[in-house]
Ligand binder design. Structure first.
Ligand SMILES: Nc1ncnc2c1ncn2[C@@H]1O[C@H](COP(=O)(O)OP(=O)(O)OP(=O)(O)O)[C@@H](O)[C@H]1O
Length: 223
């Protein structure tokens, strides 16, 4: 479902952030990406999401080599991937519900169907009753959950989240991780960047670790 073959990534003439990275993720896996700050976790996720090209090597997602996709096809593939990036990019000029409706606009659903799906997504992340609030009126944890609702409303096969629990207290972090685990249990392939060892100990079955250009594929949590 996600495959990296001899993937290198550098920015401009800079050092390789990723150097000869190889791994495969099967449908339905739950995988963490770990490593110190600046190691390249976000970069790896952006490569999977098609937001950054590899400098060398092949990134394959859902059977498509991203470097061979036309500019017209890439958006279709992106719709199968739900991205939750570090900056949630919520829109503060509209309410929480309309933030979740946004990705559905391109799917051509009628308004009633889209609204039903948006309500279900908000319910799933525990934001029922907050539909009319602006994102600015939500707590940090609620904003994270709103970003998750927006990422899942299009029913992606793959969920990618970059430090989704950063800056949250233990209870909020656990709640967010439980949301991911529930999606994973119904078959959504899940890839989460984190350097929260306590969380990983609790949830990780497999960890891709990046540290100073070295890449390791570890069953469970790094020692
Ligand atoms: N667009 C860019 N242009 C130039 N350098 C970049 C760019 N994006 C990332 N980098 C560099 O690549 C390296 C890896 O960054 P990345 O954001 O992937 O790390 P990270 O492991 O996610 O870090 P953190 O845990 O702090 O979020 C950093 O040295 C960063 O400065």
């Amino acid at each position: 479902m996600i495959e990296f073959q001899h993937v290198f990534k550098s920015f401009g003439r800079g050092r390789n952030i990723l150097a000869d990275v190889n791994f495969g993720i099967e449908p339905g896996e739950f995988v963490f990406v770990s490593g110190p700050s600046g190691a390249g976790k976000s970069t790896l996720l952006k490569l999977v999401g098609g937001l950054e090209p590899a400098s060398r090597g092949a990134v394959t997602v859902n059977g498509h080599r991203l470097d061979r996709l036309s500019a017209r096809t890439l958006p279709y593939l992106r719709r199968t991937v739900g991205l939750i990036l570090q900056d949630a990019h919520l829109l503060f000029d509209r309410n929480a519900f309309d933030n979740v409706m946004l990705p559905l606009a391109v799917l051509g659903l009628d308004r009633a169907t889209a609204a039903t799906r948006a309500r279900a997504a908000m319910e799933k992340v525990g934001l029922r009753g907050k539909e009319d609030l602006s994102p600015i009126e939500l707590s940090g944890g609620e904003q994270q959950r709103l970003a998750i609702a927006r990422a899942i409303v299009g029913r992606p096969a793959i969920l990618i989240a970059d430090e989704p629990t950063a800056n949250l207290d233990h209870d909020s972090a656990t709640r967010i991780m439980d949301v991911f685990r529930d999606f994973n249990r119904v078959g959504v392939t899940t890839l989460i960047a984190s350097h929260d060892t306590a969380l990983m100990t609790r949830y990780a079955r497999r960890t891709l670790r990046i540290d100073a250009g070295r890449f390791e594929d570890i069953a469970g949590v790094p020692a």
